[in-house]
Ligand binder design. Structure first.
Ligand code: G6P
Length: 583
């Protein structure tokens, strides 16, 4: 996904835009660009790179004007090059646009616009929006009419914002986020509130298909028929101030470190948790979906529901739901897990479920997200903004919510204080983990083993290592090692074994012995050391839920410190985006 920011007011626009882009850079960071109305002309500067580097190298601060749009890109259509960076300006120079999402019919629109004399400079789907807007500008009904006719022609999921050389600005959305910030005589349009939260805390969540126009008359929002809509102002929560990383070197480290404190707010609305627990108990079939980290939480949920509530649920990667669409059973429940509530794969899965007569219940961090708005019931994980691209605190908060749900269905009651202590204890492994990270700097392969629900944690561990360190990391149920993967082990391989106390403990030690016999290096995550481990990362003794929730923490730290050793940016891994809003 990309980030979009637009501003019209009395301040020097480029400063507002750069600041907003810096705060939203986690959404995409292949390239950066801004366009401002400087005098009567639209000025554009853009380039591949990070916000601060591009800003310095291109002297963005030199751009004048009190209105403009800005963008950071996560490349989908067209490589991450300077030419493909946004904003894109129409052939006649009357419009500059920034876009997030995909325009499915861009190829045919481009051919048609070219035959009308419009030219294109990039390989992106986005540029057609600029030329379409320009082609529609002379309809006699101004910017609003031009945007309405443009969106009638494009297909896909998108948000775009545009500035016009008459000084006005417009923005619209279809299945991508768009938020308007309202200040004193000034307006912001943005992909998320982080874009302007420092300047304005009154916001409007724009409905799908509505068109925002900001001009000399102020702000107007119109529906698809061009009728003015009335909108509600929402106060942005103060918690957003916590996006700043204070004294931490990276957001990722800050977010890992604050886990003992944030989990207390997960699923705080007890009635929502009870309602969801009842729905799951009474459902015919339960489908649990998510992507990335949230899928790993879905797999943990499947184990918990089976073990504690005798509910047989299927955990399905969200992007696989279209494949199963025909076999989904009416009357079932889909439990959709998503930090952002904006991942396209999850939204599509939810849409398919609703069409099949299946109620969608969601576990989300963002209460105003598309997923939350489209769900029958919502449980909030309330972990505050997660800026590091790799999910950390949201995963622990999701697990806490899941334990709360099964707690209502006969599972173990959880004690948040005990969980916080277990996480704090696990964080104490930091200095030892740093040493292990030094050793992992040059390794190529890491395997992570776990049994039962701990296999879901192992998957999350491998995902963290992949995302932050770019080391090949693979998770498997401990017992599977001997059925093939053992052939891969040699003295250069590292195997992390997640080994909680209980019935699987001895089996995991036996796995460790087999691994060491092949010369590979074993890192045990355990409450006690063992001769079977080359390295031991301690987890404090605790109850079962707290242990399961805390055992990912040292691996989050390991991924973080190994990223530093390998000189990669843990907050912004290459090629990734915080939430992927395209399919
Ligand atoms: C992207 C991120 C992952 C995240 C996944 C699901 O792929 O890079 O870190 O786990 O999206 O995000 P969601 O917001 O739906 O939980």
């Amino acid at each position: 996904m990309c980030s979009i920011i637009g501003y019209r007011g009395g301040r020097k626009a480029v400063r507002v835009l750069i600041n907003g882009l810096r705060n939203m850079e986690y959404r995409g960071y292949d390239s950066v660009g801004v366009a401002t109305m400087d005098g009567a002309k639209i000025q554009v500067r853009k380039r591949v790179g990070r916000v601060d580097d591009v800003s310095k190298a291109m002297g963005l601060d030199e751009l004048g004007g009190t209105s403009g749009v800005g963008h950071t890109r996560w490349a989908t259509q067209g490589a991450p090059t300077d030419r493909n960076a946004h904003p894109h300006v129409s052939s006649g120079g009357r419009v500059a646009i920034v876009h997030n999402g995909t325009i499915e019919n861009f190829a045919e629109l481009r051919t048609s616009l070219e035959s009308q004399g419009f030219s294109f400079k990039s390989e992106t789907d986005s540029e057609v929006i600029a030329n379409l807007l320009e082609s529609e500008l002379d309809g006699g009904d101004g910017v609003r009419g031009a945007v309405l006719r443009t969106i009638a022609k494009i297909r896909g999921h998108y948000t775009f914002a545009a500035i016009f050389n008459d000084g006005s600005m417009a923005a619209t959305r279809r299945r991508e986020s768009l938020i308007v910030g309202v200040g004193d005589g000034e307006y912001y349009v943005s992909s998320d509130v982080h874009g302007f939260v420092e300047y304005a805390n009154d916001v409007i969540y724009v409905n799908d298909g509505d068109v925002v126009v900001i001009d000399d008359d102020g702000l107007g929002i119109y529906d698809g028929d061009g009728r003015r809509v009335t909108t509600e102002l929402t106060k942005v929560s103060r918690e957003l101030a916590t996006i700043y990383k204070e004294d931490y070197a990276h957001h990722t480290l800050k977010e890992i470190s604050e886990q003992p404190d944030v989990i207390g707010a997960a699923g705080a609305d007890e009635s929502a948790v009870s309602a969801v627990a009842r729905s799951l108990r009474d459902a015919g079939t339960v489908y649990i979906v998510g992507s990335g980290t949230s899928y790993n939480a879905a797999l943990a949920a499947k184990h918990l529901l089976l073990e504690y509530a005798s509910i047989r649920a299927e955990a399905i990667v969200a992007s696989e739901i279209p494949v199963h669409a025909r076999s989904l059973e009416r009357g079932g429940i889909m439990l959709a897990i998503s930090q952002s509530g904006e991942s396209a794969d999850v939204l599509e899965a939810a849409g398919i479920a609703r069409n099949a007569g299946i109620d969608v219940i969601s576990i989300v961090n963002h209460p105003n997200s598309a997923l939350a708005r489209e769900s029958t019931d919502v449980i909030r994980i309330n972990c505050g903004p997660e800026i590091g691209v790799a999910a950390t605190k949201s995963f622990l908060s999701q697990l806490v919510v899941l334990y709360k749900i099964v707690g209502e269905l006969g599972g173990p009651g959880i004690d948040q204080e005990v969980i916080s202590q277990a996480i704090s204890g696990a964080l104490e492994s930091g200095p030892h983990v740093k040493e292990i990270a030094r050793r992992l700097r040059d390794v190529n392969d890491v395997y992570v083993l776990g049994r039962g629900i701990h296999y879901a944690i192992a998957l999350e561990a491998a995902l963290k290592l992949k995302e932050l360190t770019y080391i090949h990391a693979e998770a498997m149920p401990g017992g599977e090692l001997k059925h093939g993967p053992l052939a891969l082990l040699d003295e250069d391989t590292n195997v992390i074994i997640i080994n909680p106390p209980g019935t699987t403990h001895d089996d995991a030690l036996a796995d460790a012995a087999k691994i060491r016999a092949r010369g590979a290096h074993v890192i045990g995550i355990d409450t006690a050391d063992s001769d079977a481990y080359d390295d031991w990362i301690p987890i404090p003794e605790s109850d079962e839920a707290a242990h399961t929730i805390a055992e990912i923490v040292p691996i989050q730290l390991l991924a973080y410190y190994t990223a530093l050793e390998r000189d990669t940016n843990p907050d912004r891994p290459r090629n990734l985006a915080k939430s992927v809003t395209v399919r």
